[in-house]
Design a protein around this ligand. Structure first.
Ligand code: NAD
Length: 359
């Protein structure tokens, strides 16, 4: 039994969540609940066909498509999508895809206040957060505002079956990282921690099965359920050093988002191990491991995700720049991110060495 916190603040966020295989067929009915009949449907290019399939639920005359969503929500893409909103006289946005499609939908909502229906196809969790990151002039800026929180989320597990095994593993670990940092968040609370532990346990159980049998609806369902919980953790409490590092590395070196998370999370858990012992105990329990950091490392190793920052394109010379950026505007974290241990950790991660308890 976990000790009850003496005081805390818990912010519940509004969202209507529809969960179940095949439930994408209810998209138009859900739009009607919002009094919307003229959607702009957004996807990446790779997932344009999914957008076309959802469009068939609506009157072709009043339904428009935009299939240029791109990672990190570049402003020029948003500007073109906003023109499409105007031309279409759209009354809602429907996003189908991972964080990139959802990011574009949020960027449109930020400018227009249009309601959003989101059908996630990865485990990133953006669909349940009031967070948006946008890239302008080469710089990615993130903000929290309820204006971007999607009104309706449809978790149709069938949409995740095509997610390649490597991407499923990385995206699942991206979700796990949200829950790990929620468990030691400075503004943590018992409700979010419950979701975090359940989210980690669900993904830890499901991801190896997804890797073994990617077509398994049961495994995919458990992974998607875990991803929802972990996304809700990201939405509810502040993230720490791990998210700061991933944000910095993604922005400075254009590293792939989910893979960066997958490489870093065990290292940061080791970095924070002593400073956040109660959280680490819960993470270890969820992973059925002796320690949080060894459990996270073993899970990532079993899933075959990239092991080193070098392998995903970070230059070794970039470590200094990364340390500078991470320490400049550090996120609240159980252990102060001092340069020396930070360097030791990043050097290990760059080389692909296992995590270690750095002094
Ligand atoms: P993504 O959306 O960029 O998808 C990666 C690729 O996989 C794309 O080509 C996509 O079309 C494809 N894909 C997605 N689902 C698929 C499926 N089921 N089958 C086949 N292909 C599929 O990747 P992501 O990791 O989900 O999102 C990353 C982006 O999301 C980043 O920009 C990140 O900053 C953002 N993000 C934001 C939040 C937030 O709360 N604001 C949270 C997490 C991630």
């Amino acid at each position: 039994m976990n000790a009850v916190a003496t005081e805390f603040v818990y912010n519940a966020l509004p969202a209507r969540v529809i969960f179940g295989a095949g439930r994408r067929s209810e998209t138009a009915a859900e739009a009607a609940r919002l009094d919307c009949t003229r959607p702009l449907i957004v996807t990446t290019r790779e997932q344009a066909a999914l957008g076309d399939a959802i469009a068939q639920q609506f009157d072709p005359e009043s339904t428009h498509r935009f299939a240029d969503a791109t990672m990190h929500t570049p402003w020029d893409v948003t500007a073109r999508a906003l023109q499409a909103v105007d031309r279409a006289h759209a009354d809602c946005v429907i996003a189908i895809g991972g964080g990139s499609a959802v990011g574009l939908s949020k960027a449109i909502a930020l400018q227009t206040d249009l309601p959003q229906i989101v059908l996630p196809t990865t485990y990133a969790g953006s669909e349940v957060t009031p967070i948006i990151g946008e890239t302008r002039d080469g710089e990615k800026r993130t903000q929290r505002t309820l204006k971007v929180l999607p009104e309706i989320v449809i978790y149709d597990v069938e949409l995740t079956l095509s997610l390649p095994v490597a991407m499923s593993a990385a995206s699942g670990l991206n979700a796990v990282a949200h829950a790990v940092e929620a468990l030691y968040a400075m503004d943590g609370n018992p409700i979010t921690s419950l979701m975090a532990e359940e989210g980690i346990a669900s993904l830890a159980a499901a991801l190896p099965e997804v890797a073994r049998a990617p077509e398994s609806i049961d495994a995919r369902r458990t992974a998607q359920y875990g991803a929802w919980l972990c996304g809700t953790c990201l939405a509810s409490v502040g993230m720490g050093l791990h998210h700061k590092i991933c944000h910095v590395l993604g922005g400075a070196f254009d590293l792939p988002h989910a893979q960066t998370h997958a490489i870093m999370i065990a290292h940061v858990a080791a970095f924070n191990a002593d400073a956040a012992a109660p959280a680490m105990k819960r993470i270890a329990r969820a992973l059925n491991a002796e320690h949080a950091w060894t459990g996270l490392h073993d899970l990532a190793a079993s899933l075959g995700v990239p092991r080193s920052l070098e392998a995903i394109g970070m230059p070794e010379a970039g470590i200094d720049h990364a340390i500078d950026l991470v320490t400049r505007n550090a996120y609240a974290n159980p252990r102060a991110p001092e340069s020396r241990p930070l360097r030791a950790m990043l050097e290990r991660a760059w080389k692909g060495l296992p995590p270690a308890l750095v002094e």
